[in-house]
Ligand binder design. Structure first.
Ligand SMILES: *Cc1c(COP(=O)(O)O)cnc(C)c1O
Length: 422
């Protein structure tokens, strides 16, 4: 059905061998998380009648109420809101930030500069004007940088918190599009413990790409609030849109008042027939995240064998689904992304090209052949064509299919290596 250069076939077999131990770890975590999710479905008596749509105000929508209970149980939180109404991860995080912060409060990011799209929300991006950012509403912002090797600077955090003015400690778990390591839940716990010991601040986590990668979530270890996108890990590749916020009851309530209105909060919001997909999505999420992690581990192993420099390396513990590979030059990045596209179930016949994406200071190439536009729990890859010439790969609804795309990527890059060799 698919034929590859013999060397790619052989290296792939070898890569599976190298990644074997990591696959076992992934399977073990996946089984644990999947059982945790099934337990939550059973305990909360999820029933077919909850999948019917509500319209208009959406009062007393049982499906909407129960999915909140199921999800909060699965992530060890007091409460949660899981809604199709969140338009993306940035919107969900924005609702959470505006939900709990008030004029005069200080938000302290302790993992350096937050993800690009969060910067205009805080009011620290270069361009902007009055868009109604946190800054426009009198919320102050400060940050503690990561250390030179991308690690959390616990001492600096403790010192900053001792000043006594911080209302919220903000953590970004995933590496985003940098090469720093992602944060483990154990590291997040350490920040939570330092925060609670030193101050009265609350802790909020941008949990994007982190859900169900480990056995525990930030809310299991004391984070007060976390949020993420349903077209990444927790939507299981089934949710068509949406987001979630989970955490302490008092904070989640406030976020619900921000999502709709003060007073109405979570009592309104027609589900319009989305409930079945949201339930099915969160149900499948632990398994699908396992498939994405296997895709990442396989990619890491294969490109190591080809002489490249991936991060995380094979066997390194993973805290998000992202796999970066440094590919040394632009040609390799383009070849890699075109290979991924060629092995995608949707739009396999188109060839991605680099383009000047607004907001970037170099050309960017992206591969995505997904059922849901922009979904990054489905296999996708992006690479800005500049130092350190790294591609960021994430997702894979099932490993068997994603493996084909990764092998096409390897074959494309190998062709270039052959040329170089001549
Ligand atoms: C994806 C992501 C977001 C939100 O991005 P959207 O594209 O709006 O869903 C925020 N933070 C991190 C770290 C992310 O990976």
């Amino acid at each position: 059905m698919f034929s590859f250069d013999k060397r790619v076939e052989e290296l792939s077999l070898k890569a599976l061998e190298t990644a074997k131990k990591e696959f076992e770890t992934i399977d073990e975590i996946t089984e644990y998380n999947q059982k945790k999710m099934l337990r939550a479905f059973i305990d909360n008596h999820v029933s077919e009648s909850m999948f019917t749509e509500s319209t208009g105000y959406g009062y007393n929508d049982r499906g909407r109420e129960v999915i909140d209970l199921v999800f909060s149980q699965a992530v060890g939180a007091e409460d949660a809101i899981v809604r199709h109404n969140f338009t993306c991860g940035t919107h969900t995080l924005t609702v959470a930030l505006f939900g709990v912060l008030r004029p005069g409060d200080t938000m302290l990011s302790v993992t350096g500069r937050p993800y690009d799209t969060i910067q205009p929300v805080i009011g620290i991006s270069k361009d902007g004007g009055d868009m109604g950012s946190l800054k426009d509403y009198g919320v102050k912002y400060d940050e503690v940088s990561l250390t030179a090797d991308g690690r959390v600077d616990y001492e600096a955090i403790e010192k900053r918190l001792a000043q006594g003015d911080v209302k919220m400690v903000y953590i970004q778990r995933s590496r985003g599009y940098s090469l720093r390591p992602s944060l483990s839940v154990a590291e997040i716990k350490k920040i939570v413990d330092i925060t609670k010991k030193t101050s009265s601040a609350m802790v909020m986590v941008d949990n994007c790409y982190g859900e169900f990668v480990e056995k525990l979530e930030p809310t299991d270890v004391g984070a007060d609030l976390m949020a993420g996108s349903l077209i990444k890990n927790p939507g299981g590749g089934i949710a068509k849109t949406g987001g979630y916020i989970a955490g302490k009851k008092e904070y989640v309530e406030k976020c619900a008042y921000r999502l709709t209105t003060p007073g109405l909060g979570r009592e309104v919001g027609a589900t319009l027939g989305h409930s079945r997909e949201l339930f099915m999505g969160i149900f499948s999420a632990p398994h699908v995240v396992g498939e994405a992690l296997k895709t990442a581990a396989f990619t890491s192993a294969l490109f190591t064998l080809m002489g490249f420099d991936p991060t995380p390396e094979v066997g390194e513990s993973r805290h998000d689904i992202i796999q970066a590979v440094r590919l040394r030059n632009s040609e390799n990045l383009i070849a890699f992304c075109q290979g991924i596209q060629k092995g995608s179930p949707v739009d396999s016949f188109v060839t991605p090209e680099p383009w000047e994406m607004p907001g970037y200071d170099s050309e960017v190439i992206m591969a995505a052949g997904a059922f849901t536009l922009g979904s990054s729990i489905e296999l996708s890859a992006d690479a800005p064509l500049r130092e350190p010439f790294a591609v960021w790969l994430q997702g894979g609804l099932n490993f068997h299919s994603a493996k084909v795309a990764v092998m096409y990527a390897a074959e494309n890059v190998m062709k270039l290596l052959d040329k170089e060799g001549k």
